[in-house]
Design a binder for this molecule. Sequence first.
Ligand code: CA
Length: 233
Amino acid sequence: MTASVPPVESKGLVLVVEDDRAIADLVCLYLRREGFGTSVETTGAGALDAVRRLRPVAVVLDIGLPGSDGIEVCRSMRAGGDWTPVLFVTARDDEVDRVLGLELGADDYVTKPFSPRELVARVRTVLRRAGGAPGGEVLTVGRTRLDLGQRRVWTDDAEVSLTSTEFELLAHLMRRPGQVFERSQLLSAVWGYSAAAGTRTVDVHIAQLRGKLGSASPIRTVRGVGYSADASC
Ligand code: CA
């Protein structure tokens, strides 16, 4: 990790993409009060780079940006296999129509002017949905299939019973196949607290997951780094 990466707060990092600095500052203030870490980008290109670099738990994405707009940013993320939850910020009714016409994942929107409190509540909603409300998104890596909406997992055709935490951990890995996550990143994303709580927790749950998934487990250990979900396992 480079020095430019902001510290991961207890509930994980939210990327705020907004070219109006005053709005961005206000949104960040309220998110931090709720225990989220924050980072700001003011352009679409910067946002795409930051999503890859910082791996936020959610993105607050203004549609009206200079250059590529928020919808194009979200499309690029999805096209690249990135299903990080997005909360759109819209300024006009026609933008609302465009957002509603999208099927880009576990998304929601707020319309300007919004109350910061409402925005934070919506961030929580998209995070909860991404954890598995109806949506029907199914992830497949190798022989393992995971239905985010139904919160069910199968290896080959046999259903595997997982605890809620095991499910979240596997879902987090399978959302970005091949991407290696450090233990501290998994702790922050799945348990919602920072590395101080003990990365051993992650190892224990990975071991349990492997035990349940058996030879079909897509989880790969990357020595000295962490874990990934990999079809070649
Ligand atoms: Ca704007």
